[in-house]
Design a protein around this ligand. Structure first.
Ligand code: 13P
Length: 341
């Protein structure tokens, strides 16, 4: 393992004031996004949409440190034949790749999942490295309602994350380790906090058993937040305080950076929470964003599949990228959103 090189990549992924664009929607997931804006899910449309993001020069150069791609996208070329990987590199960002094969039902368990994709992963990582990927992502999910998750679910997923992370480091790729406690249910913020703590502790234990070097990885967790359908939604300061305190208890400072998922928070909520953490606390790691929906919902709506709207979509993306970039250094203010509206 070349840890110095892995550490250099990890630090670039969480460079000050920059964050990661999660554009790794599988063909099935992008279908859900395109359905909302009435766009047909064909390869040309997927290419045109991703191309408009990667060609949004201001956003990419100033605010985006890395882009998570999907198997189709890492092999894809822009309309003029330039490989997407080259566009991303030209903007100074690091190309990455989602390598898990999705969350599948966990056998003999009620409504729980285990993330699959370890078979043949070493060979796939070697190929992705040749295609330009310097980091990867693997996401495990946990539903914090009705007595879930079980220890079996937490342990199986932690082992998967750890085995994936070790394979990445063996092959010169920085693993983004993403254990996601879901925020779709009616659970309280306290339940999210307790489950997230259990999940993170088990994940770091398994990373240790698998010899994963913490200096050569990035953690991508959920924030500590009440479920969307919860009776009481916590305010911004409470989310920030509970999240920072929990991360300080569970994440060693050897980890170069933590890049949150947005998980279905509104665009502005995701930005405000990140900002409150960076503005209000001394932190031992870089704390930034690795957002999918919270960076892309606005440009998707502005684009709606029409070539004439490409400029407006790029402006919408640039705005969200800039807001989150400010949040990553604690300098975002709500009135910056209003001015742009
Ligand atoms: P969201 O920000 O939409 O949660 O997506 C981030 C991600 O990469 C989920 O795996």
């Amino acid at each position: 393992m070349n840890l110095a090189e892995l550490n250099k990549i990890a630090n670039a992924m969480v460079a000050k004031g920059k964050g990661i664009l999660a554009a790794d929607e599988s063909t099935g997931t992008i279908q859900k996004r395109f359905d909302k804006i009435g766009v047909q899910n064909i390869e040309d449309n997927r290419r045109d949409y991703r191309e408009l993001l990667f060609r949004a020069t201001d956003a990419m150069k100033n605010h985006i440190s890395g882009v998570i791609l999907y198997d189709e996208t890492i092999r894809q070329k822009a309309k003029d034949g330039t490989p997407f990987v080259k566009l991303i590199e030209a903007a100074g960002a690091v190309p990455g790749i989602k390598v898990d094969a999705g969350a599948k039902p966990l056998a003999l368990s009620k409504d729980e999942t285990v993330t699959e994709g370890l078979d043949g992963l070493r060979e796939r990582l070697i190929e992705y490295h040749k295609l330009g990927a310097r980091f990867a992502k693997w996401r495990a999910t946990y539903d914090p309602t009705e007595g879930r998750p079980s220890y079996n679910c937490i342990n199986a997923n932690a082992q998967g994350l750890a085995r994936y992370a070790a394979l990445c480091q063996e092959n010169g790729i920085v693993p983004i380790v993403e254990p996601e406690v879901l925020m779709d249910g009616d659970n309280s913020i306290e339940t999210c906090e307790a489950v997230t703590e259990w999940v993170l502790r088990e994940t770091f234990q398994q990373l240790y058993y698998s010899n994963v070097a913490l200096e050569g990885m990035i953690l991508k967790p959920n924030m500590v937040i009440a479920g969307k359908k919860a009776a009481r939604r916590a305010g911004i300061d409470e989310v920030a305080e509970k999240t920072v305190k929990l991360l300080k208890r569970c994440v060693p400072s050897a980890v170069p950076g933590i890049a949150f998922l947005s998980g279905g928070q509104s665009d502005e909520e995701a930005t405000a929470h990140l900002n409150a953490m960076n503005a209000g606390y001394d932190l031992p790691w870089a704390l930034t964003f690795s957002y999918g929906r919270a960076l892309q919902a606005a440009p998707q709506k502005a684009w709606s599949g029409k070539a004439d709207n490409v400029g407006a979509a790029q402006a919408a993306f640039a705005h969200r990228a800039r807001m989150n970039s400010l949040a990553a250094t604690g300098q975002w203010k709500p009135d910056l959103e209003k001015k742009a509206a």
